[in-house]
Design a protein around this ligand. Structure first.
Ligand SMILES: [Zn+2]
Ligand SMILES: [Zn+2]
Length: 135
């Protein structure tokens, strides 16, 4: 009989230890992990995320693999400038300035998203669809 693999996404070590996840939820959540990830998860400061849809368990720096960015400040938007020229005009557009931190990393970074006003409209419409209905 071979030992089960550590549940942490991309970890190929054998799982020897059951660890309780912090914070403890009403339904106790435990994971079978390798000793290295057990040590990491025993630290309550360690961040983790379970993505049940994708069947992935991200821990600590492994969260970088989720490729998600968390907004840490309100975004600012500004319009077209005339001071710049491009080889490809279709890559000009509105600027949305975000201050974010990447999941798995604490340092904040600045990201500027460039999109056309049509793309912006579409994004806002889509966002509206995702929002719960207001009564
Ligand atoms: Zn592991
Ligand atoms: Zn800008």
């Amino acid at each position: 009989m071979t030992a089960a693999e550590c549940m942490v996404y991309t970890c190929e070590s054998s799982a020897y230890a059951e660890v309780e996840l912090h914070p403890a939820r009403s339904d106790p959540q435990r994971a079978m992990v390798c000793p290295l990830h057990r040590d990491e998860l025993e630290n309550p400061d360690t961040k983790w995320m379970i993505d049940r849809d994708a069947g992935r368990f991200y821990v600590g720096e492994g969260l970088l693999r989720s490729n998600e960015y968390i907004l840490v400040d309100n975004p600012t938007i500004h319009g077209y400038g005339t001071g710049r020229e491009f080889s490809h005009f279709d890559e000009d557009g509105l600027h949305v300035h975000f201050k974010v931190h990447r999941r798995g990393k604490d340092a904040a970074e600045d990201v500027v998203l460039v999109l056309t006003s049509q793309e912006m409209e579409q994004a806002i419409r889509h966002l509206g669809e995702l929002m719960p209905e207001r009564r």
